[in-house]
Design a protein around this ligand. Sequence first.
Ligand code: PLP
Length: 478
Amino acid sequence: MILDAEKNAGLKKGDIILEPTSGNTGIGLSLAAAARGYKMIITMPEKMSQEKRDVLTGLGAQIIRTPNHYGFDHPDCHIGIAVRLAKELTAEAIEKNEPQRAYMLDQYKNPSNPMAHYEGTGTEIWEQCGGKVGCVDYVFMGAGTAGTITGVSRKLKEMDSNIKIIGIDPFGSDLAEPVELNTPGPEFGYQVEGIGYDFIPRVADRQCVDEWIKSSDEPTFPMCRRLINSEGLLCGGSSGTAMAYAIKYIKEHKIGKGKRCVVVLADGVRNYMTKFLNADWMVEHKFMTEEQCLDLNTTNLVKNTDYGTDKKVKEMNLPDLESLNEKSTCEEAINMMKSMNRQQAAMRDANGNMIGVITINELMYRLSKKHMTLKSTILDRINRKFRAVGDDMPLNELVRVLIRAPYAAINGKSGKQRLVTSEDMVEFMTKGSQTEEAVKEVKAEVESAGWGASMGTVSLAVAAMGVGAFAYMKNNAN
Ligand SMILES: Cc1ncc(COP(=O)(O)O)c(C=O)c1O
């Protein structure tokens, strides 16, 4: 797209390139921009990974993040902002008589997008499969702009019209045909990045697709982990979607021996190191259970000597906290946090179930970005992916959870719900160990004084040291 804009649209060194992106096209453009002397502005929804953001920043791009739930026609969605900025920056340059112009290459409309896949990806697939009629039967691909599927399909069908092209489109996206397939997706959007849109990009030639399959996150991320774990394929999220649904299709259509199916794995795991590759992220997004995560974290070849393997969350005796409700405002949340001297507050629904947690950091961010005011309700700002751990979780595991998240919600059998923070954990842990030290000292004194080391004698001696030490001793006497 950059080479074509240099040839045909007057793009020249020093100009600004703007692009709305789910990240990968942005990375490609930013590295070309870095090498060819362009300034780069990327607009990208917040859903896209921190890893993509960091790579883009490393490449010198300036990044504007936009709320995920803004549709394609919202003026402040990633596309809207890029279109507006391109016009404003160019108008400004003209007014100041400066040569620098701003160009939006627009992967959604730019014919160079599918052309790159016609000349590149499609040709690669054809040649690597043998380059003869009959060498490929099916090709499975996810679609975002649909530039890949359009370009690949045009090339392959030109080479062999029998090749079937299967497009994969998440529930919640409108790319699939017939339109009846496009039933609503999950309430808060799907997690997989790079595929699906709520509009049909102009580059998308859906005539090129023989059949569409709708997809969801649930088989996607376990499939990514399986491709990594059992095949050594360090692939990204949409690759898991493509593979999971390709396998399903192949089974359902009994595509057997002698047929060759190609599945396009669109990107690598490095974009998602803090996402599905991380077992904690899988739990937080309900793609893995707390028990499966615990299993993955358990070292069974060596003994675990960490603090807390023999203690449970319920032993912490955490208090019930005040909570917000679905109508609570930003101001109420701030006041509640102040009164509890905490940096987070839980929200419960009308039935008293905890539905999420709001943090002071989230409020600070939203207020600073002017996404909300003190009077705004905060229901759509709560973190619904909070970590809910059971009362029976060993404390060493709770530490693992708290290293990742600043708090966890405790789901006790009693139905009570509480929050636990690192501060609570440290307080509990150090209280215990200070007492333990005290007990050890008394024990040593008792023994060196030749008073005998029976538990009863030691307990008596400890009673003189204070209630805390005595209580510890009593609890541990059995
Ligand atoms: C991870 C990932 N998968 C799939 C796609 C879909 O590619 P296309 O936009 O060509 O449809 C993209 C596009 O950026 C992507 O980033």
